[in-house]
Write a protein that binds this ligand. Sequence first.
Ligand SMILES: Cc1cc2nc3c(=O)[nH]c(=O)nc-3n(C[C@H](O)[C@H](O)[C@H](O)COP(=O)(O)OP(=O)(O)OC[C@H]3O[C@@H](n4cnc5c(N)ncnc54)[C@H](O)[C@@H]3O)c2cc1C
Length: 369
Amino acid sequence: MDVDYTVSTDVLIIGGGGAGVKAGIEAASRGAQTLMVTKQKFGYTGSTFYPGTSGWGMNAVIFPGDTEDQFVAEILEAGAGCADPQLARVLARDCTKRFHELERYGLEFLKNEAGAYQGVIPCFGKRLRGSATYGIPTIRKRLWKQLMIHGVQVRDHVAILKLVVEQGVCRGALGLDEMDNLVLFQAKATILATGGACGLYQYSLATDDQVGEGYALALEAGCSVVNLEFIQFIPGITWPVKKMLFQEKNLDTLPTMTNREGRAILADYLPAGVSVEACLIERAKHGPFSTTTCSRYFDIAMYEQWRAGLALDSGGIHMQYAPTVLNDERWVITKWLEFMRSRGLDVVGQGFDMIPHAQCFNGGIRIGT
Ligand SMILES: Cc1cc2nc3c(=O)[nH]c(=O)nc-3n(C[C@H](O)[C@H](O)[C@H](O)COP(=O)(O)OP(=O)(O)OC[C@H]3O[C@@H](n4cnc5c(N)ncnc54)[C@H](O)[C@@H]3O)c2cc1C
């Protein structure tokens, strides 16, 4: 292959999501010349800046009675043997520092009138842990500002095709720029922050640059990958907009789920002793699908109806809410309704369709080998 031109840097970061941004800030603040390359326009793609969601919920040990050890225990329990205890410890140890770091960058986490954080019980968590910040455009603007302040150079529309490995050491990468030039990026250190591969699925909450190229780059360079089958599936909207994240917290208001024949479907999938109400209330506690409680019948019902050809033309099952949801004063509900309205959705009038979507790859390149 003929290289069209060469670029040299101390640290090359491949990927411009949250992982790449943090790596960039850390490298540059230690004095390294740092170059970040992203496949598409910075701030508009990847999970970090996913356009079909209202913002971020972020874990942090900030409420009385919560501890790092409890957080680790809850991650390991939810991971059911797949989670790496060392990585769980890193997350539990560092998340609170990162939460406050983001505040210093100007992100505002939701607070009540008394100035206290509006707490969130995270998916599969047992207690309040962290809060939420809204508005992807604001998040994008604040993180970009930090990259600029720290002197990280960002080049978007560069697709990395191959890592350059000599005698077992990564010396950089080969990439294609926006003019189809083949570029050799020479670097003393290369950081892969290329995200997951949900874009491979028919229904996904992913942008089209999320197809797991980083896994292929790493494998080809001699690394190993782990837990790639550890994927989160979560309901996503298929009509009247597509690829928008559903907010499960409202399920305890007991909406109806109907198929293309207009028939309510959930009761058909429930075993004796599990009511529609119990299933929906349990399902309101976590975004991703889980096999561990009776909430599973909610997702199974949608998927089985889809397999039987009984979904609507959009591919989804129809959801309809009672007008009482409009009077629900819980902040998670009012924020959800606000976001739905901002995208032109009327949950009480026309309702919407949805189906499980691939949301997150929880495995990835094995660290430390
Ligand atoms: C809808 C949705 C809601 C979520 N909500 C939450 C939440 O509330 N709280 C939470 O903690 N987590 C949430 N997550 C998960 C979280 O967003 C991700 O775990 C996180 O953003 C991943 O960041 P990342 O930097 O690893 O990857 P990404 O943000 O996906 O970034 C990957 C980057 O790599 C680039 N790239 C890929 N291949 C190449 C290549 N070959 N060459 C160059 N660049 C490449 C992409 O262009 C992109 O810039 C959510 C995810 C989704 C999809």
